[in-house]
Design a protein around this ligand. Structure first.
Ligand SMILES: [Zn+2]
Length: 119
């Protein structure tokens, strides 16, 4: 996919993310009593389930574990996949202490290789 298509997919997914939290996209209105009112965590769980069961939205859309923003993982961010569960970081959160601590973890299989290179 092109950067433009990735941006559109990210925008559509952000609209769904906000919709599930009660913020209607432009041009849509629903009866007040039918407006979804999920928390951000619940809304993301719905999107994650749709990605896994129906392949939409594109599962390259990830949610940053630090700031909670959505991002397209083909264009930015990092995933540190070890320990109890994978951790996702958008570009804005890669320089945080949480990322650096997780990257230095003894569980990081890439850590030992990097130390060997340094030696
Ligand atoms: Zn972030």
């Amino acid at each position: 996919m092109s950067y433009e298509e990735n941006d559109k997919e990210l925008e559509r997914t952000n609209n769904l993310f906000r919709f599930l939290q009660g913020i209607m996209p432009d041009g849509y209105s629903v009866r007040k009593r039918t407006v979804p009112k999920l928390s951000a965590e619940q809304a993301w769980t719905v999107i994650w389930y749709l990605q896994n069961q129906y392949w939409q939205p594109d599962d390259a859309i990830k949610r940053c574990d630090i700031c909670g923003d959505l991002y397209h993982s083909w264009q930015e961010g990092r995933c540190l996949d070890y320990g109890k569960a994978p951790c996702f970081f958008c570009d804005n959160c890669i320089n945080t202490d949480v990322f650096k601590k997780k990257e230095r973890s003894k569980l990081n299989p890439g850590r030992a290789r990097r130390l060997v290179k340094i030696l």
